[in-house]
Unconditional design. Sequence first.
Length: 241
Amino acid sequence: MKKVIVIPARYASIRLPGKPLREINGKPLIQWVYDRARESKLKDAILIATDDQRILEAARGFGADAVMTSPELRSGTDRVYEAMKGREGHIVVNLQGDEPFIRADMVDTLFSAIEKENLNMATLCSPLRDETEHTDPNTVKVVLDKDGFALYFSRSPIPHIREKKRAPVYKHIGIYGFERSFLEQFVSLGKSRLEETESLEQLRVLENGYRIKVLTTQYEGFGIDTEEDLERARMKLARTP
């Protein structure tokens, strides 16, 4: 099966305009993500999907295969789908363009799980250790069933903790794997009510009765959503050998 990583990169971020091109220690954010993707052992191709000529030129400047997609698209996965039109790929990983700390083994975990378990869709989570993240709306939480499938994703603090003896709390990691035909099905569903309410596109899947396998990994990184995140990333990557 051909395995493709698509990195959607939108210029007009509300909280951090021009985010993919914001510099972190000498490289634009989108290049940090691309370089992580290149380390995947299972990928057959990487594609950057953008809505802005400046991002397209920057991506091609550091050697990436990049394509323009419609600026009217409202979710990263919609952009991934449009970028894949006319291209071969049986399993597609949507690696969001604001995740500079993603490890290649995390990408390969998704590729392997979808192929071996015949899954429609899979994503990742990690144990939430910083208590402040539990109430931070920029940190998306996920609750799992006993088989590791998502029950719900939320920006709110879920599960609610009443006592010290509690269920584990997991934060969602912004990377998705799709079986190709399910990717096409996903975009045909249109935005759902819960997706609009939480501004979380994965809720489109749950609200329409499909399942998402959530694989647990140990991960200390974070996505870039704010100026504060950008500064944290600069400090963290400056310490990375």
